[in-house]
Design a protein around this ligand. Structure first.
Ligand code: 26V
Length: 808
């Protein structure tokens, strides 16, 4: 809690900043000026926290370096003010000066440096690392453009660039003192000196790696973690003076432009990413810069590797940063002069890895010839790693050459990044119980047999501060009035809300808060897309990347089914509802884009039908982002998590929705299972095949036509899609669903459809009793403490990284 003196100081800070930088006052300042002023002020406080923390703690502290190609941060200003407990002070101050702090927040462009769950998880984890007082860094690229901006034209997704730096720059603190140089290309030369073999890269292309530090605040904590964003800068010598003097101006800067492409943009998670030269350059640039940075820091005070595992933990967030393994080896051997065995021993003690997907097409494979060309010494080290790994494996695999081949790092021209990560890591974890089980028993079972102690589960979590307290102030206020503020620091205290399950007044408030949040979303939709949605209707939401395995298509089929039924019998009782979709399709992912078009066409068809539009509505929210999720989650009543069992590693959208008072319509997949376990299975609407049923059907061969023939409901929907949805035939999708085309539905939408409808009908009955519904909702909120990223980070810190907390 801030003291009165601190509040007064905060007010003075703003007045002074505005007067010194803009010669203005709070009342006269523009929202933009206020934004920049508050951003600088919040950082001033964070720098003070860092100073205090450094004073109280020894320099040698074990630090986690969380390596990730994505960090989906969301807006910074509100989060920082909230964590510093300055939000209320500034809200009131601005109000007194006829300003609305929300308008100031809206100036900030959302830094969309991630595709979805994986990137958002990294951001939640940095929040919890700060909050809990662990010394931590995130390392990522300073992308100039985040994931593309999504626009719909005639129902189709169009991609536009998404810049964030105009308002994002204020959070970036350049650290020239930490810059390093990354080498590309060149040739490897072997030298014999004093009977010792060493390697040097001759005539490489040298790229300057310049870090920009973003301060990541934690609530009521003196620890601030750092997100170090690396920028590739052409060195001045990349400018070709001879060409310039010859008048070849474009040619003279070509080299520099190419280098600076490295952090131009974030790639959408798409099959076409793999094998692109630029993506490889991004991955190597990130890890080379970060590893050099870490080692330089360490060797400032140490001469041997003895202390290295005691001071450094490096985490590979999915395989994208896995080249850090050969890069660490290169630096330790070539630059610092250690032997292979000693280096390898150190690497294996500091590196750990989280897998985030079992989908084979998403498992990363790099091409050795490309690595050879752009980073020849790394290719050499990978070959040596593979050779040693095979030797180690040969003993275990006996004569099973196929098994050995499938586990190895290199096979032909392919470099298997998951295999490399497992081999190098002392711990490998999955992100939900079922996912970790699948890793151990199926995907990586051969490794688990050899290294059983390497594998563990750490179920994902979300920061309940951003995802409840900050984004849902009305619900937060109710919770604080019932159980106090301590839940910010101890999310398990949410359990105390169970004491109010029979308190009708509280249940009424839970209901009313949801209604207010639905109104807030409706206002947003009106403003952003000029669509009216009725907050009296039920809001059913599926918000996540558009992907076949997440089965947005099955959701659409359910809506078509309802439309058919209403058309047959316009008098039938139906729950009036808005089906809300949000999410982006990777630009090269044709099927996902087609599904978006179908959703938009269905939305149009319903809106033009006088009978249907009185009962149902479909809305696709354009350009899903963290900021939009912060409005959407509090307004969600039913959250759809309907992936084919065994395919969604965890899912974190479900956690956000339930924490904000939604119930789940879900399959038994990922974290859904654990959420339902915590909240009790009566409070979620589970349906569909279990993961082992799926395996059984798959091994026999999934025959979609069987389901088409067997189910009248399936037929009615598929036939309608074949003829016309919104004036267009979706016969291509019908062929896909029925398995008649080359490209077929591997996610078995038809197999789960009937069970989906049944679950839905059960839910409708229960929803009609709103008090009963609110009771379920309150119990679910009370049960969500376990899914806080604070719990997840405590597990990482104790089971994998072995960190100690800073003294606060
Ligand atoms: C990537 C790709 C790229 C190639 C085309 C298909 C495809 C499909 C999925 C992906 C995602 C890979 C990694 C990822 O984002 N995983 C997500 O991680 C979340 C945090 O652990 C987890 O909650 C989600 O279930 C998981 O999908």
């Amino acid at each position: 809690m801030l003291t009165e003196a601190q509040k007064t100081a905060a007010e003075k800070d703003l007045q002074n900043y505005l007067s010194e930088h803009y010669s203005t006052t709070i009342e006269r300042a523009t929202d933009e000026q206020l934004y920049f002023a508050l951003a600088e002020i919040s950082q001033k406080y964070l720098f003070q926290r860092i100073g205090k923390c450094n004073k109280k703690n020894p320099k040698d502290r074990k630090t986690i370096h969380y390596m990730s190609i994505e960090f989906l941060l969301g807006r910074m200003l509100k989060n920082n003010l909230w964590n510093l407990e300055l939000e209320d002070t500034y809200k009131v101050l601005l109000k007194e000066n006829n300003k609305n702090i929300e308008n100031v927040y809206n100036i900030e462009q959302d830094p969309g440096l991630g595709n979805g769950g994986l990137g958002r998880l990294a951001a939640c984890y940095l929040d919890s690392i700060s909050r809990l007082g662990y010394p931590g860094f995130g390392h990522c690229l300073k992308y100039e453009y985040g994931l593309f901006k999504q626009i719909f034209v005639d129902g189709k997704q169009i991609e536009a660039p998404d810049g964030w730096l105009e308002t994002g720059n204020v959070w970036l603190n350049p650290r020239e003192d930490q810059a390093v140089e990354v080498l590309f290309g060149g040739t490897v030369k072997q030298n014999y000196d004093n009977n010792k073999l060493s390697y040097v890269i001759e005539s490489p292309k040298v790229v300057k790696a310049m870090p920009y530090d973003m301060l990541i605040s934690g609530y009521d904590s003196n620890t601030v973690s750092t997100l170090r964003l690396w920028e590739a800068k052409a060195l001045t010598n990349s400018f070709n003076l001879t060409k310039f003097n010859n008048g070849e101006f474009t040619e003279s800067v070509r080299e520099g432009v190419k280098i600076e492409l490295i952090n131009k943009l974030l790639y959408p998670s798409d099959k076409t990413v793999q094998g692109t030269e630029l993506r490889l350059a991004q991955e190597y640039f990130l890890v080379s810069a970060a590893m050099q940075n870490i080692l330089r820091d360490y060797f400032e005070d140490h001469r041997t590797l003895a202390e290295f595992p005691k001071l450094v933990a490096i985490h590979i967030n999915d395989t994208h940063p896995a080249l850090l393994v050969p890069e660490l080896m290169r630096l330790l051997i070539d630059k610092y002069g250690f032997g292979w065995d000693e280096s390898w021993d150190a690497v294996r003690q500091v590196v750990s890895y989280t897998n985030h997907t079992i989908l084979s097409e998403a498992l990363e494979v790099l091409h050795l010839n490309e690595i050879e060309e752009d980073m020849p010494r790394i290719a050499m080290i990978l070959r040596e790693l593979d050779r040693r790994f095979r030797a180690e494996l040969a003993e275990h695999c006996k004569n099973d050459f196929r098994k050995l081949e499938s586990m190895s790092i290199i096979s032909g021209n392919n470099v298997y990044m998951a295999n490399l990560s497992i081999y190098a890591s002392h711990k490998v974890n999955g992100v939900s119980k079922i996912h970790s089980h699948i890793l151990k028993t199926r995907l990586f079972n051969a490794y688990a047999e050899i290294y059983p102690d390497k594998f563990l589960n750490i179920t994902n979590g979300i920061t309940h501060r951003r995802w409840l307290a900050e984004c849902n102030p009305a619900l937060d206020k109710l919770i604080v009035s019932l159980i106090g503020k301590d839940y910010y620091k101890s999310p398990e205290l949410l359990k105390k809300l169970d004491d109010y399950l029979d308190d009708k007044a509280v249940l009424r408030k839970v209901h009313d808060i949801k209604f207010e949040n639905k109104k807030r979303l409706a206002e947003y939709v009106k403003k952003a897309q000029n669509i009216d949605i009725n907050p009296e209707w039920r809001f059913v939401v599926q918000a996540k990347r558009i992907h076949e395995y997440k089965r947005q298509l099955m959701n659409v089929m359910r809506i078509i089914y309802l439309c058919n039924k209403i058309r047959e019998n316009p008098e039938m009782p139906v729950t009036k509802q808005v089906f809300i979709f949000a999410g982006k399709a990777a630009s090269g992912y044709a099927m996902a884009k087609r599904i978006i078009t179908l959703i938009n066409k269905l939305a149009e068809e319903i809106s033009l039908d006088p009978v249907l539009r009185d009962k149902l509505q479909v809305v696709f929210l354009e350009n899903y982002s963290v900021t939009l999720a912060e409005i959407l989650m509090p307004a969600t009543e039913v959250s759809e998590q309907i992936s084919l069992a065994g395919r969604e590693a965890s899912g974190t959208g479900n956690m956000k929705a339930v924490l904000n008072g939604s119930l789940m319509m879900c399959t038994c997949d990922g974290a859904n299972i654990e959420i339902a376990d915590e909240c009790s299975h009566e409070n979620s609407y589970e349906f569909g095949l279990r993961a082992d049923d799926v395996d059984r059907i798959k091994s026999r061969g999934y025959n979609a036509t069987e389901y088409y023939i067997a189910s009248e409901r399936v037929r009615s929907v598929v036939d309608k899609m074949n003829i016309d949805i919104g004036g267009e035939s979706f016969a291509d999708l019908v062929g896909y669903l029925l398995g008649h085309t080359d490209y077929k539905d591997s996610y078995m939408c038809l197999a789960d459809f009937d069970s989906y409808i049944d679950a839905y009908e059960r839910m409708d009955k229960e929803y009609s009793d709103q008090e009963y519904w609110s009771k379920k909702v309150l119990h679910c909120i009370a049960s969500m403490g376990l899914f806080s990223s604070d719990r997840a980070i405590e597990e990482y810190a104790t089971k994998i990284w072995k960190l100690k907390k800073n003294v606060n």
